[in-house]
Design a protein around this ligand. Structure first.
Ligand code: FAD
Length: 419
């Protein structure tokens, strides 16, 4: 008998943040991570107010801010001519939502949760690859590669894009976007171009985009270059290679091209998501984070959704504990599944559409640019449903923004051309 309340499979940001949240309730939580060490590969993460609100609830926001950067502005520019298309005043956004928009190195955020888990008493085990799951009355079982079986009243599968647990619910595969991401972090003194570290900047261009922002109190610049791989479209195995990176950004403005020399060239990330699913729970096994809803990264909400999942699940466990402290696990899982899949479905599908908008070419690109230049800077109707407080119940989920009908884009283009 394992003698824990919750087993969490996967020690990424989703698994660790959930482990920490549940342990704060006094529950005994065990995390099983397949890797030899807990850690994160990659570079920066953007954390919107719907995440910093939760970090504040966990007592971790001040530390996160001291490790990251709280920028003043988020700016969208055209990648070909460098012109500004639209922006968000992040100070005003913080006043609007009550919590900051910040950026942080993903290993710093992961390390923050790891440290919080250690301090709170989470049992953290490495080299524990879970290969099988089973249900029993009032509990669930996981089996690790070495044949060890562990049982708990609740198993949370936070095992990422290639989740083993997801196969219990659906036999699907990751969906390739044919886009690939290159990343790179550069010490500021090594930069050959001036960069305003008070801004998060995204340059959007035909079949490509480029993002940069400061990290670690402004000591580092984080860069992400994303493009559509012609080799992926042609069905070749070897896609997203550095020669494709150079070709994809050849026609972009000087600022973007000068960033290319600082990208890591020995590692790249092919971009996959999965079609949304509405069932995340089977008996006492629940999916969480990328295992449930891996998105394309265009809304910068993947890690945030994982953190929100853990917060929502924990709030329902807390709400549904009996006087003797024993949680109504089935009730909490039902409440979790009633609210999270629909929110995450919207984010996953909006991220796909947002990516298409960023990567437009020709006349469609001109239409997009005109629409974005007409957007009022203080119009938060596009962000309220994402950056507002995380809903605990379906009725609290804010309505999504109404997409602008394409016809109005044509109207703006024709009237500006006429004038
Ligand atoms: P993962 O991070 O994949 O963690 C899963 C863990 O489970 C891993 O540690 C893995 O080793 C372990 N594991 C897997 N299988 C098993 C098994 N069978 N047994 C035991 N352990 C197992 N999100 C944001 O919120 N903001 C951003 O700005 C942002 N930018 C991004 C930029 C890029 C280029 C990319 C690619 C993604 C970005 N994301 C962003 C998304 C974010 O990185 C992910 O959504 C998030 O890390 C998912 O966390 P997770 O814990 O669910 O999964």
């Amino acid at each position: 008998m394992n003698n824990v309340d919750v087993i969490i499979v996967g020690g990424g940001i989703g698994g660790l943040s959930t482990a920490f949240a549940l342990t704060r309730l006094g529950l005994k939580v065990q995390v099983l991570e397949q890797a030899p060490e807990f850690g994160e590969v990659g570079a920066g993460l953007q954390l919107a107010p719907n995440c910093t609100r939760i970090l504040d609830d966990y007592g971790l926001l001040d530390k996160a801010k001291s490790l990251g950067v709280v920028p003043d502005r988020m700016v969208m520019r055209d990648a070909l001519d460098g012109s500004e298309l639209t922006s968000l005043d992040l100070r005003d956004l913080e006043r609007t939502y009550g919590y900051p928009y910040m950026v942080i190195h993903r290993s710093d955020l992961h390390g923050l949760f790891l440290e919080a888990c250690r301090t709170a008493g989470v049992e953290l085990l490495t080299e524990q690859r879970v290969t099988a799951y089973a249900q029993a009355e009032g509990s669930a079982t996981v089996v690790t590669e070495d044949g060890t079986t562990r049982v708990a009243p609740l198993v949370v599968a936070a095992d990422g894009l290639h989740s083993v647990a997801r196969k219990l619910l659906i036999d699907d595969e990751p969906v390739s976007s044919s886009y690939v991401a290159y990343r790179g972090t550069v010490p500021i003194p090594e930069l050959t171009r001036p960069v305003d570290l008070s801004e998060v900047v995204v340059y959007v261009g035909p079949r490509c985009h480029f993002v940069h922002y400061g990290l670690r109190g402004g000591d580092l610049l984080n860069q992400v270059a994303v493009f559509q791989s012609p080799k992926a479209l042609a069905g070749l195995e070897d896609w997203g290679t550095p020669d494709e990176l150079d070709t994809a950004f050849a026609a972009t403005c000087d600022d973007v091209r000068s960033g290319m020399s600082h990208m890591w060239r020995d590692k790249w990330w092919r971009m996959f998501d999965r079609d949304p699913i509405s069932t995340w729970v089977q008996g006492r096994i629940a999916l969480l984070g990328d295992a449930a809803h891996p998105p394309l990264q265009y809304m910068a909400q993947g890690a945030i959704m994982a953190i929100e999942d853990g917060w929502v699940l924990t709030e329902h466990v807390k709400r549904l504990r009996a006087g003797d402290g024993v949680p109504d696990w089935d009730g909490a899982l039902a409440a979790y599944e009633a609210v999270r899949p629909e929110h995450c479905r919207r984010v996953v599908l909006t991220a796909r559409a947002w990516g298409e908008l960023w990567h437009l070419d020709g006349r469609a690109r001109e239409q997009r640019n005109l629409l974005l230049r007409h957007r009022a800077i203080d119009d938060y109707s596009f962000t309220d449903w994402v950056y507002g407080p995380t809903a605990l119940f379906p009725e609290d989920e804010p309505p999504m923004f109404e997409p602008i009908p394409l016809a109005s884009a044509d109207l703006i283009v024709s009237s500006s051309q006429a004038g």
